[in-house]
Design a protein around this ligand. Structure first.
Ligand code: URA
Length: 477
């Protein structure tokens, strides 16, 4: 076994140098290890390999470096090994990092997500308390991050509290800001931080005024504000009292007249509950069942702000499937795909390509409308990769039921949903790509892209290309 010594738990540079040396010397992942500090050596361990004089140089993408930098902050023991395994595999699989369904890639992305979440929580839950030292006022906080995110997150506090002198103490290390420079020190213990001061009252008043008893979900609350952080939060002292009062306060709110219910959704949900059709082992046996079950989907948070889930529509035996991105504003209300402005462009282009929409199964990669409010309008937001991955379950179920010969994907999100990897549509546009289920995927642009081209001649030209793509896809049938 070759063992690389690392200077500390977050020694990314040390890992990077060692991993580079391992790979250039051809040390496979199962023979490479990384050890923080000294101790724990075993009898047959060897150190870093000597530099290989004729080794071929190699480089990795920025995306991989960024990912590795995050994963290294994860508290898992095997994080350095995972990233080296990925680095090693990149030699034979240069596009590996784009395959979000690969076990190692998915594992690394998940760990990076956890690290980012821990950093987020730190920004939200660090509470400073006022102290005095020889130079005057200093604000001190004790915090236990879920992952080793102190150095990554400290610059946020530096920007946010630039004019104060502060310290953040954690079991991994400490950060100090004196108004000019940020420095890091050794691990700390909770007794090194003060525990109460007058600004506690501010937090308590603020929290009590924002607490909505009707939205109380203790489990979700603990998910967002895990108990591990409660001891540092002055407002946490209020939680049990507010929770105890919540039933009474909710009753008062219930007595106020309710807004119009969404009758269609309520009916669907009650049917699903009755049939108990949506559970983990559920496999929809018809498109109708699938369209109902999607209303109970909680695979990602997008259901919360959408009116309903919108599944595909068209013949069960359609040879051609068209996959868009996600329902838009009108589709969300109507419960049908491509009935708004982009649907108008698609319908006209299909007609010109000699394809009857009635013969096509039209669907989307993501079944719930992702949007953000802007005044009275709901503005479209592009679904994230995890949201598209979560929704693949539904798209795959549709694919299994319809078994199309050809799938046309409209835009990058649709391509990601169908292929399971990120693609540059312009590079892979217009060619039949063989999928494992023997379907052919055919990539083209999204009709809303055509809608956004301001110049008429350019728009007409792009539209012609789009119609051409649809004709070519039809010829593959
Ligand atoms: N855009 C899409 O991608 N799908 C729709 O259903 C509507 C607009």
């Amino acid at each position: 076994m070759r063992v690389a010594p690392l200077a500390g738990e977050t020694d990314f540079d040390g890992w990077r140098k060692a991993a580079r040396a391992f790979r250039q010397a051809g040390v496979p992942p199962e023979r490479a290890a990384f050890r923080v500090g000294t101790g724990g050596e075993r009898l047959f361990d060897e150190g870093l390999p000597p530099p290989a004089p004729n080794a071929a140089p190699f480089s990795v993408s920025r995306a991989f470096v960024d990912l590795a930098q995050e994963v290294v902050l994860h508290r898992s023991e095997d994080r350095f090994d995972l990233m080296y395994r990925l680095l090693w595999r990149l030699g034979a699989e240069p596009d590996l990092i784009k395959i979000v369904t690969d076990v190692d890639v998915a594992d690394a992305l998940e760990r990076a997500k956890n690290v980012s979440r821990a950093s987020h929580k730190m920004k939200a839950f660090v509470r400073f308390r006022r102290t005095e030292d020889e130079a005057g006022e200093r604000w001190v906080a004790w915090f236990e991050p879920a992952h080793r995110v102190l150095e990554k997150t400290a610059p946020f506090f530096m920007r946010r509290f630039a004019t104060l002198r502060w310290s953040i103490l954690t079991p991994d290390g400490s950060a100090f800001w004196d108004g000019e420079s940020l420095t890091f020190g050794p691990p700390a213990t909770p007794d090194m931080a003060p525990s109460e001061d007058e600004i506690e009252e501010f937090w308590k008043t603020y929290y009590a005024s924002t607490f909505n008893p009707a939205r109380l979900k203790t489990k979700a609350m603990q998910g967002e504000m895990p108990k591990r952080y409660w001891k540092n939060l002055p407002e946490a002292a209020l939680i049990s009292g507010l929770v105890a009062q919540s039933a009474v306060r909710t009753e008062a709110m219930v007595a106020t007249p309710a807004a119009e219910p969404n009758i269609r959704l309520a009916k669907t949900l009650s049917r699903i509950n009755r049939d108990r059709s949506f559970d983990e082992g559920f496999v929809p046996s018809s498109l109708e069942e699938l369209g109902l079950a999607v209303q109970g989907c909680r695979r990602c948070p997008l259901w919360r702000d959408a009116t309903q889930g919108v599944c595909g529509e068209g013949p069960r035996q359609a040879g051609l499937m068209i996959v868009g991105e996600q329902p838009g504003d009108q589709e969300d209300l109507a419960g049908r795909p491509f009935v708004g402005p982009a649907g108008g462009v698609l319908d006209a282009a299909l007609e010109e390509a000699g394809i009857d929409r009635e013969d096509v199964f039209v669907t989307n990669a993501v079944k719930h409308f992702k949007h953000e409010p802007r005044g009275k309008r709901r503005l479209h937001k592009t679904p994230s990769t995890p949201e598209v991955s979560a929704c693949r379950w539904w798209l795959d179920a549709e694919r299994r039921l319809v078994k199309p010969k050809v799938i046309v994907t409209l835009g990058a999100t649709a391509a990601l949903g169908v292929l399971g990897r990120k693609v540059a549509v312009t590079k892979e546009r217009g060619q039949g790509i063989d999928l494992v289920d023997r379907t052919k995927a055919f990539l083209t642009v999204h009709p809303s892209y055509l809608l956004r081209i301001p110049e008429e001649a350019a728009r007409a030209q792009e539209r012609e290309l789009f119609v051409g793509d649809l004709k070519r896809a039809k010829a593959l049938l």
